[in-house]
Ligand binder design. Structure first.
Ligand code: DGL
Length: 357
């Protein structure tokens, strides 16, 4: 019996030493899917100094990946060309298709995160839409560029590297949809394009960045407070189309033309981008009251980039049965209102949603 026991102990020790002698295999790198939609990051210009008047959406996803071989140091990447468009042509139908594809991919165990390359003009809108409909805590990072790939000091390659490194990081898990440009990490809800040409155009003016990319590693300083991704009540799985919601920009003398035109076009909701604290001219107020009487949901937003619109401040929202946009920009209030209308037309419920997301 003792001899058998000794033999077992020797065999066990031999196995233990053999295992210890084996060099530890590094853990496999996370698998990050890059979904390409077009934009300047995929753009080409006639010369190396062409930074305006170039053609967006000409380079395919495989070429974008091949241009940054360093991606292989931070993740195993796979590319998919979902669209090839300049983002001024992005539509809610595109969003639904993209959102469903992101949900499908993130439900796979072998996918750690998703990067979406996108034109910068409507990047913030796609990011916020995904923030409200993606049902995963895995990182989703949107990235673009302000210079085409052919330009001197093109910003696309480093932006793409940072976005993939961020999407592959544990730190980015559970933070909602992120926008990573020019070394900054911003929340989809807060970020907006602030400059027509500057590289550091994406800012979160009032609330600031969530974090920074430092040498390819994320450093976070705060978390986004409002609900997103796995905490949202919106579901696009069976949604054929988003309810139509228009935005009326107010200015001196704007009157009711845009509002009446949207009512005639059959919108289900109107976001009024008012002056000041969401103030309404006499004519605009009359037009919105008539729209409300036809069942159209009215949200009072502001054309001003900072601050929230106070409920019952510049208009008696309770009496008029209007909703206020909180501090959402008009273009993001429109997205939230469209998704809210997939669930309810009750304005008290919709106002709750504007306080929650
Ligand atoms: N056409 C614009 C777009 O696709 C170019 C801007 C950009 O991508 O930086 O959004």
């Amino acid at each position: 019996m003792t001899r058998r026991l000794n033999a077992l102990v020797v065999a066990f020790l031999a196995l233990a030493f053999a295992a210890a002698a084996e060099p530890l295999q590094p853990a496999p790198l996370p698998h990050v899917m890059i979904l390409a939609t077009g934009g300047t990051i995929a753009g080409t210009g006639a010369t190396a100094t062409t930074t305006v008047g170039y053609t967006a959406a000409t380079i395919g996803v495989e070429a974008l990946i091949a241009a940054v071989p360093e991606l292989a140091k931070v993740a195993r990447v796979s590319g998919e060309q979902v669209f090839q468009i300049a983002s001024e042509n992005m539509t809610p139908d595109n969003w639904l298709r993209l959102g469903r594809r992101v949900n499908e991919l993130l439900a796979r165990d072998d996918v750690a995160g998703v990067v979406i390359t996108h034109g910068t003009d409507t990047l913030e809108e796609t990011a916020y839409f995904l923030d409200l409909v993606v049902k995963s805590a895995k990182p989703i990072v949107l990235v673009g560029a302000m210079r085409p790939a052919t330009a001197i000091s093109a910003d696309g390659p480093m932006n793409l590297y940072n976005a993939v490194a961020l999407a592959a990081s544990r730190e980015a898990v559970g933070r909602g949809v992120l926008v990573c440009m020019n070394d900054r990490i911003d929340a989809a809800r807060d970020v907006t394009k602030t400059n027509t040409v500057a590289l550091d155009t994406f800012r979160s003016p009032e609330l600031g960045v969530l974090g920074m990319m430092e040498g390819g590693r994320p450093a976070f300083y705060r978390t986004a407070d409002r609900a997103h991704t796995t905490a949202t009540e919106f579901d696009i799985k069976d949604l054929r189309e988003l309810p139509k919601v228009g935005i009326a920009l107010a200015y001196a003398g704007s009157g009711r033309i845009a509002i009446d035109a949207m009512v005639a076009a059959g919108v289900k909701g109107i976001v009024n981008a008012g002056v000041g604290d969401g103030s309404l001219s006499v004519e605009a107020r009359a037009a919105l009251v008539e729209a409300r009487a036809k069942g159209i949901v009215v949200v009072r937003a502001s054309r001003i980039p900072g601050g929230a619109v106070a409920r019952n401040g510049e208009a008696d929202d309770d009496a008029l049965d209007f909703v206020v946009a909180d501090n959402l920009s008009p273009q993001k209030a429109r997205i939230l209102l469209a998704l809210a209308l997939t669930r309810t037309t009750d304005t008290r419920e919709i106002q709750r949603m504007f306080r929650r997301y």
